[in-house]
Design a binder for this molecule. Structure first.
Ligand SMILES: Cc1cc2nc3c(=O)[nH]c(=O)nc-3n(C[C@H](O)[C@H](O)[C@H](O)COP(=O)(O)OP(=O)(O)OC[C@H]3O[C@@H](n4cnc5c(N)ncnc54)[C@H](O)[C@@H]3O)c2cc1C
Length: 336
Protein backbone atom coordinates (compact mmCIF):
# COMPACT_ATOMS: atom_id res chain seq x y z
CA UNK A 1 0.00 0.00 0.00
CA UNK A 2 2.89 2.36 0.77
CA UNK A 3 5.24 1.12 -1.96
CA UNK A 4 3.09 2.23 -4.92
CA UNK A 5 2.69 5.63 -3.29
CA UNK A 6 6.47 5.99 -2.97
CA UNK A 7 6.88 4.88 -6.56
CA UNK A 8 4.34 7.52 -7.54
CA UNK A 9 6.51 10.18 -5.92
CA UNK A 10 9.62 8.78 -7.59
CA UNK A 11 7.86 8.92 -10.92
CA UNK A 12 6.93 12.52 -10.33
CA UNK A 13 10.55 13.43 -9.82
CA UNK A 14 11.63 11.93 -13.12
CA UNK A 15 8.77 12.97 -15.39
CA UNK A 16 8.55 16.49 -14.05
CA UNK A 17 6.02 18.02 -11.72
CA UNK A 18 4.42 20.33 -14.28
CA UNK A 19 3.70 17.49 -16.69
CA UNK A 20 2.31 15.31 -13.88
CA UNK A 21 0.03 18.08 -12.68
CA UNK A 22 -1.38 18.55 -16.13
CA UNK A 23 -2.17 14.85 -16.57
CA UNK A 24 -3.19 13.71 -13.06
CA UNK A 25 -5.27 15.18 -10.31
CA UNK A 26 -2.85 15.75 -7.43
CA UNK A 27 -3.61 17.35 -4.13
CA UNK A 28 -1.36 18.65 -2.67
CA UNK A 29 1.69 18.54 -4.96
CA UNK A 30 4.79 16.95 -3.47
CA UNK A 31 7.30 19.35 -1.98
CA UNK A 32 10.87 19.60 -3.21
CA UNK A 33 12.21 16.94 -0.82
CA UNK A 34 10.02 14.30 -2.48
CA UNK A 35 11.87 14.87 -5.75
CA UNK A 36 15.18 13.70 -4.21
CA UNK A 37 16.51 10.37 -5.54
CA UNK A 38 14.33 7.72 -3.91
CA UNK A 39 17.32 5.74 -2.57
CA UNK A 40 17.97 8.36 0.14
CA UNK A 41 15.66 8.56 3.14
CA UNK A 42 15.29 11.78 5.02
CA UNK A 43 15.22 9.81 8.27
CA UNK A 44 15.70 6.21 9.33
CA UNK A 45 14.08 5.38 12.66
CA UNK A 46 15.50 2.40 14.54
CA UNK A 47 12.82 0.98 16.84
CA UNK A 48 9.18 1.33 15.77
CA UNK A 49 7.28 1.30 19.04
CA UNK A 50 5.80 4.27 20.93
CA UNK A 51 8.77 6.63 20.48
CA UNK A 52 9.67 5.54 16.95
CA UNK A 53 6.14 5.58 15.54
CA UNK A 54 5.45 8.99 17.13
CA UNK A 55 8.57 10.32 15.36
CA UNK A 56 7.45 8.75 12.08
CA UNK A 57 3.99 10.33 12.40
CA UNK A 58 5.39 13.88 12.61
CA UNK A 59 7.85 13.24 9.80
CA UNK A 60 5.19 11.63 7.59
CA UNK A 61 2.88 14.58 8.17
CA UNK A 62 5.76 16.86 7.13
CA UNK A 63 5.99 14.69 3.97
CA UNK A 64 9.52 13.56 4.75
CA UNK A 65 10.67 10.19 3.53
CA UNK A 66 11.05 7.86 6.51
CA UNK A 67 11.90 4.21 6.98
CA UNK A 68 11.11 2.64 10.36
CA UNK A 69 12.96 -0.56 11.25
CA UNK A 70 11.44 -2.61 14.05
CA UNK A 71 11.82 -6.06 15.61
CA UNK A 72 8.42 -6.01 17.35
CA UNK A 73 9.45 -6.38 20.99
CA UNK A 74 8.13 -3.36 22.93
CA UNK A 75 9.14 -3.30 26.59
CA UNK A 76 5.57 -3.55 27.93
CA UNK A 77 4.61 -6.54 25.78
CA UNK A 78 4.34 -8.64 28.97
CA UNK A 79 1.52 -6.47 30.35
CA UNK A 80 -2.12 -7.26 29.66
CA UNK A 81 -3.08 -3.57 29.66
CA UNK A 82 -1.31 -0.24 29.30
CA UNK A 83 -2.37 2.57 31.59
CA UNK A 84 -1.98 6.34 31.67
CA UNK A 85 -1.90 7.21 27.96
CA UNK A 86 -4.66 9.70 27.34
CA UNK A 87 -7.28 8.29 24.98
CA UNK A 88 -5.84 4.76 25.19
CA UNK A 89 -6.11 3.97 28.89
CA UNK A 90 -6.58 0.30 29.84
CA UNK A 91 -5.89 -1.03 26.35
CA UNK A 92 -3.51 -3.91 25.54
CA UNK A 93 -0.21 -2.26 24.54
CA UNK A 94 0.08 -4.28 21.35
CA UNK A 95 -3.40 -3.06 20.29
CA UNK A 96 -2.30 0.57 20.74
CA UNK A 97 0.74 -0.06 18.55
CA UNK A 98 -1.29 -1.93 15.91
CA UNK A 99 -3.73 0.99 15.72
CA UNK A 100 -0.83 3.44 15.43
CA UNK A 101 0.69 1.44 12.57
CA UNK A 102 -2.68 1.39 10.80
CA UNK A 103 -2.97 5.16 11.10
CA UNK A 104 0.54 5.64 9.69
CA UNK A 105 -0.50 3.76 6.55
CA UNK A 106 -2.22 6.91 5.26
CA UNK A 107 1.14 8.69 4.93
CA UNK A 108 2.75 7.74 1.61
CA UNK A 109 6.30 8.66 2.60
CA UNK A 110 6.46 6.35 5.64
CA UNK A 111 7.74 2.83 5.19
CA UNK A 112 7.46 0.38 8.11
CA UNK A 113 9.82 -2.57 7.89
CA UNK A 114 10.05 -5.61 10.17
CA UNK A 115 13.82 -5.78 10.40
CA UNK A 116 16.65 -5.36 12.86
CA UNK A 117 19.18 -2.59 12.38
CA UNK A 118 22.61 -4.16 12.79
CA UNK A 119 24.90 -1.21 12.20
CA UNK A 120 24.94 2.51 11.55
CA UNK A 121 27.82 4.30 9.86
CA UNK A 122 28.51 7.61 8.14
CA UNK A 123 27.92 11.18 9.19
CA UNK A 124 25.26 13.86 9.10
CA UNK A 125 23.52 14.06 5.70
CA UNK A 126 24.72 10.61 4.73
CA UNK A 127 24.22 7.76 7.18
CA UNK A 128 24.06 4.09 6.18
CA UNK A 129 22.04 1.60 8.18
CA UNK A 130 22.57 -2.10 7.55
CA UNK A 131 19.72 -4.46 8.44
CA UNK A 132 19.92 -8.03 9.75
CA UNK A 133 18.95 -9.18 6.25
CA UNK A 134 21.97 -7.39 4.79
CA UNK A 135 20.00 -4.54 3.20
CA UNK A 136 21.76 -1.18 3.24
CA UNK A 137 19.63 1.95 3.66
CA UNK A 138 20.74 5.56 3.41
CA UNK A 139 19.43 8.57 5.30
CA UNK A 140 20.29 12.15 6.15
CA UNK A 141 19.25 11.71 9.80
CA UNK A 142 18.80 8.75 12.16
CA UNK A 143 16.53 8.48 15.18
CA UNK A 144 17.41 5.83 17.76
CA UNK A 145 14.32 4.61 19.61
CA UNK A 146 15.18 0.98 20.26
CA UNK A 147 14.30 1.07 23.95
CA UNK A 148 15.71 -0.96 26.80
CA UNK A 149 15.33 -4.52 28.03
CA UNK A 150 14.70 -5.37 31.68
CA UNK A 151 17.36 -7.74 33.00
CA UNK A 152 15.44 -10.44 34.83
CA UNK A 153 17.17 -11.73 37.99
CA UNK A 154 17.92 -15.41 38.13
CA UNK A 155 15.02 -16.09 40.50
CA UNK A 156 12.52 -18.81 39.53
CA UNK A 157 9.08 -17.33 38.90
CA UNK A 158 10.29 -13.73 38.47
CA UNK A 159 10.38 -13.61 34.66
CA UNK A 160 7.17 -15.67 34.41
CA UNK A 161 5.25 -13.17 36.56
CA UNK A 162 6.83 -10.03 35.04
CA UNK A 163 4.13 -7.62 33.88
CA UNK A 164 1.45 -9.61 35.70
CA UNK A 165 1.98 -9.82 39.47
CA UNK A 166 5.58 -8.55 39.43
CA UNK A 167 5.57 -5.02 38.00
CA UNK A 168 7.79 -1.93 37.95
CA UNK A 169 5.55 1.13 38.06
CA UNK A 170 2.71 2.24 40.35
CA UNK A 171 1.38 4.73 37.78
CA UNK A 172 1.05 1.83 35.31
CA UNK A 173 -0.45 -0.81 37.60
CA UNK A 174 -1.15 0.69 41.04
CA UNK A 175 -4.78 1.78 40.66
CA UNK A 176 -6.07 -1.75 40.04
CA UNK A 177 -4.51 -3.04 43.30
CA UNK A 178 -4.92 0.06 45.48
CA UNK A 179 -5.47 -0.72 49.15
CA UNK A 180 -4.09 -4.24 48.81
CA UNK A 181 -0.88 -5.71 50.25
CA UNK A 182 2.09 -4.54 48.16
CA UNK A 183 5.66 -5.83 48.27
CA UNK A 184 8.74 -3.85 47.18
CA UNK A 185 12.02 -5.50 46.26
CA UNK A 186 14.78 -3.20 47.52
CA UNK A 187 17.27 -2.33 44.79
CA UNK A 188 19.22 0.51 46.41
CA UNK A 189 18.73 3.93 48.08
CA UNK A 190 16.36 4.94 45.23
CA UNK A 191 13.87 2.37 46.59
CA UNK A 192 13.25 4.69 49.55
CA UNK A 193 11.41 7.07 47.23
CA UNK A 194 9.24 4.16 45.99
CA UNK A 195 8.31 3.26 49.57
CA UNK A 196 7.24 6.87 50.22
CA UNK A 197 5.40 7.10 46.88
CA UNK A 198 3.41 3.90 47.32
CA UNK A 199 1.61 5.36 50.32
CA UNK A 200 -0.71 7.17 47.88
CA UNK A 201 -2.03 3.75 46.79
CA UNK A 202 -1.82 1.59 49.90
CA UNK A 203 -0.90 1.64 53.57
CA UNK A 204 -0.01 -2.03 53.52
CA UNK A 205 3.53 -2.34 52.16
CA UNK A 206 6.28 -4.85 52.92
CA UNK A 207 9.87 -4.18 51.88
CA UNK A 208 12.07 -7.14 50.87
CA UNK A 209 15.72 -6.24 51.51
CA UNK A 210 16.82 -9.03 49.12
CA UNK A 211 20.36 -9.08 50.47
CA UNK A 212 20.80 -5.28 50.54
CA UNK A 213 22.06 -3.47 53.63
CA UNK A 214 19.48 -0.72 54.11
CA UNK A 215 21.11 2.34 55.78
CA UNK A 216 20.00 2.85 59.43
CA UNK A 217 18.40 6.27 58.80
CA UNK A 218 16.25 4.82 55.99
CA UNK A 219 15.36 1.83 58.17
CA UNK A 220 14.27 4.26 60.90
CA UNK A 221 12.10 6.18 58.43
CA UNK A 222 10.48 2.94 57.20
CA UNK A 223 9.80 1.95 60.82
CA UNK A 224 8.21 5.37 61.47
CA UNK A 225 5.91 4.68 58.49
CA UNK A 226 5.15 1.18 59.92
CA UNK A 227 6.61 -0.48 56.80
CA UNK A 228 8.10 -3.86 57.77
CA UNK A 229 11.44 -4.87 56.27
CA UNK A 230 11.90 -8.59 55.58
CA UNK A 231 15.54 -9.70 55.48
CA UNK A 232 16.98 -12.50 53.35
CA UNK A 233 17.48 -13.10 49.66
CA UNK A 234 14.52 -13.87 47.41
CA UNK A 235 14.93 -17.38 46.01
CA UNK A 236 11.56 -17.87 44.33
CA UNK A 237 8.39 -16.03 43.36
CA UNK A 238 5.42 -18.39 43.52
CA UNK A 239 1.98 -17.58 42.23
CA UNK A 240 -1.07 -18.62 44.22
CA UNK A 241 -4.72 -18.55 43.27
CA UNK A 242 -6.17 -15.14 42.39
CA UNK A 243 -3.53 -12.43 42.53
CA UNK A 244 -1.57 -13.59 45.57
CA UNK A 245 2.16 -13.84 45.03
CA UNK A 246 4.37 -15.61 47.55
CA UNK A 247 7.91 -14.40 48.01
CA UNK A 248 10.10 -17.29 49.17
CA UNK A 249 13.29 -16.33 50.99
CA UNK A 250 16.56 -18.10 51.75
CA UNK A 251 15.74 -17.64 55.44
CA UNK A 252 12.98 -20.24 54.81
CA UNK A 253 10.35 -17.57 55.31
CA UNK A 254 7.53 -17.20 52.77
CA UNK A 255 5.64 -13.92 52.60
CA UNK A 256 2.41 -13.49 50.62
CA UNK A 257 1.64 -10.17 48.90
CA UNK A 258 -0.99 -9.18 46.35
CA UNK A 259 1.50 -7.53 44.03
CA UNK A 260 5.27 -7.21 44.00
CA UNK A 261 7.06 -4.10 42.70
CA UNK A 262 10.60 -4.57 41.44
CA UNK A 263 13.10 -2.57 39.41
CA UNK A 264 15.54 -4.84 37.61
CA UNK A 265 18.45 -3.14 35.91
CA UNK A 266 17.92 -2.28 32.26
CA UNK A 267 20.13 -2.59 29.23
CA UNK A 268 19.66 -0.85 25.86
CA UNK A 269 18.01 -3.29 23.45
CA UNK A 270 20.79 -2.82 20.90
CA UNK A 271 24.40 -1.66 21.00
CA UNK A 272 24.37 0.72 18.03
CA UNK A 273 25.02 3.69 20.34
CA UNK A 274 28.21 1.97 21.52
CA UNK A 275 29.63 1.44 18.05
CA UNK A 276 28.73 5.07 17.25
CA UNK A 277 30.53 6.18 20.44
CA UNK A 278 27.52 8.19 21.68
CA UNK A 279 27.69 9.86 25.10
CA UNK A 280 25.71 8.08 27.81
CA UNK A 281 25.04 8.69 31.49
CA UNK A 282 25.09 6.02 34.19
CA UNK A 283 22.01 5.86 36.39
CA UNK A 284 21.15 3.49 39.28
CA UNK A 285 18.94 1.45 36.93
CA UNK A 286 21.18 1.31 33.86
CA UNK A 287 22.60 3.65 31.23
CA UNK A 288 20.74 6.31 29.28
CA UNK A 289 21.74 8.09 26.08
CA UNK A 290 22.52 11.77 26.49
CA UNK A 291 20.51 14.14 24.31
CA UNK A 292 20.36 17.93 24.09
CA UNK A 293 17.21 20.06 24.22
CA UNK A 294 16.55 19.22 20.54
CA UNK A 295 16.90 15.48 21.27
CA UNK A 296 20.17 15.27 19.33
CA UNK A 297 22.75 12.84 20.71
CA UNK A 298 26.46 13.67 20.98
CA UNK A 299 26.79 12.87 17.24
CA UNK A 300 25.29 15.50 14.88
CA UNK A 301 22.40 14.09 12.86
CA UNK A 302 21.61 11.26 15.29
CA UNK A 303 18.59 11.82 17.51
CA UNK A 304 17.19 9.64 20.29
CA UNK A 305 13.89 9.23 22.11
CA UNK A 306 11.99 6.96 24.46
CA UNK A 307 13.21 4.67 27.24
CA UNK A 308 16.70 4.66 25.74
CA UNK A 309 17.02 8.24 26.99
CA UNK A 310 14.70 8.11 30.04
CA UNK A 311 16.14 6.69 33.25
CA UNK A 312 13.38 8.18 35.43
CA UNK A 313 9.69 7.34 35.12
CA UNK A 314 9.71 5.90 31.63
CA UNK A 315 6.24 5.70 30.12
CA UNK A 316 4.36 5.41 26.88
CA UNK A 317 3.36 9.06 27.20
CA UNK A 318 6.98 10.21 27.64
CA UNK A 319 8.22 7.97 24.82
CA UNK A 320 5.51 9.24 22.45
CA UNK A 321 6.17 12.87 23.33
CA UNK A 322 9.95 12.52 23.00
CA UNK A 323 9.54 10.61 19.73
CA UNK A 324 7.31 13.33 18.30
CA UNK A 325 9.86 16.00 19.26
CA UNK A 326 12.78 13.98 17.84
CA UNK A 327 10.89 13.73 14.56
CA UNK A 328 10.14 17.44 14.49
CA UNK A 329 13.69 18.48 15.42
CA UNK A 330 15.19 16.08 12.86
CA UNK A 331 12.90 17.54 10.19
CA UNK A 332 13.69 21.14 11.16
CA UNK A 333 17.42 20.39 11.00
CA UNK A 334 17.03 19.62 7.28
CA UNK A 335 15.30 22.84 6.19
CA UNK A 336 16.79 24.42 3.10
C1 LIG B 1 5.85 -4.63 32.64
C2 LIG B 1 5.76 -3.23 32.14
C3 LIG B 1 4.55 -2.58 32.12
C4 LIG B 1 4.46 -1.26 31.68
N1 LIG B 1 3.24 -0.65 31.69
C5 LIG B 1 3.15 0.63 31.28
C6 LIG B 1 1.90 1.31 31.32
O1 LIG B 1 0.87 0.76 31.76
N2 LIG B 1 1.86 2.60 30.93
C7 LIG B 1 2.97 3.26 30.48
O2 LIG B 1 2.88 4.43 30.12
N3 LIG B 1 4.18 2.64 30.40
C8 LIG B 1 4.29 1.34 30.80
N4 LIG B 1 5.50 0.72 30.74
C9 LIG B 1 6.66 1.45 30.19
C10 LIG B 1 6.63 1.36 28.64
O3 LIG B 1 6.66 0.01 28.25
C11 LIG B 1 7.84 2.06 28.03
O4 LIG B 1 8.02 3.34 28.60
C12 LIG B 1 7.64 2.21 26.50
O5 LIG B 1 7.44 0.95 25.92
C13 LIG B 1 8.86 2.88 25.88
O6 LIG B 1 8.67 3.00 24.51
P1 LIG B 1 9.93 3.02 23.52
O7 LIG B 1 9.35 3.27 22.17
O8 LIG B 1 10.97 3.92 24.03
O9 LIG B 1 10.56 1.56 23.63
P2 LIG B 1 9.90 0.13 23.40
O10 LIG B 1 8.42 0.20 23.53
O11 LIG B 1 10.62 -0.81 24.29
O12 LIG B 1 10.21 -0.19 21.88
C14 LIG B 1 11.51 -0.38 21.35
C15 LIG B 1 11.32 -1.04 19.98
O13 LIG B 1 12.58 -1.13 19.33
C16 LIG B 1 12.70 -2.41 18.72
N5 LIG B 1 14.13 -2.71 18.53
C17 LIG B 1 15.07 -3.01 19.47
N6 LIG B 1 16.28 -3.16 18.89
C18 LIG B 1 16.10 -2.94 17.56
C19 LIG B 1 16.97 -2.95 16.42
N7 LIG B 1 18.29 -3.18 16.53
N8 LIG B 1 16.44 -2.70 15.20
C20 LIG B 1 15.11 -2.44 15.06
N9 LIG B 1 14.24 -2.42 16.10
C21 LIG B 1 14.74 -2.66 17.33
C22 LIG B 1 11.99 -3.35 19.71
O14 LIG B 1 11.60 -4.56 19.12
C23 LIG B 1 10.79 -2.48 20.10
O15 LIG B 1 9.69 -2.67 19.23
C24 LIG B 1 5.62 -0.59 31.21
C25 LIG B 1 6.85 -1.25 31.22
C26 LIG B 1 6.93 -2.54 31.67
C27 LIG B 1 8.27 -3.24 31.69
Amino acid sequence: MQRPALLTLAALSTTGLAHAQSTTKLSPPPSIHNTEPIAMNDVIIIGGSFAGLAAALQLGRARRKVTVLDTGLPRNRFAGHSHGLLGHDHKPPLDILAEARQQLARYPTIRLVNARADSVSGAIDHFSVRTGEGESLEARRVILSYGVADQMPDVPGFAERWGKSVVPCPYCDGFEVAGQHWGLVWSGPQSHQSARLFHDWTNKLTVFADGHEIPPEIKADLARRTIPVVVGRIIEIAHQKGHITTVNLDTRRNVAVDILFAHPRTKPSASLHESLGLATQATPGGIALEVNERRQTSLPGIYAAGDLTTPQLPSVTQASSQGAMAGIFAQQSMLA
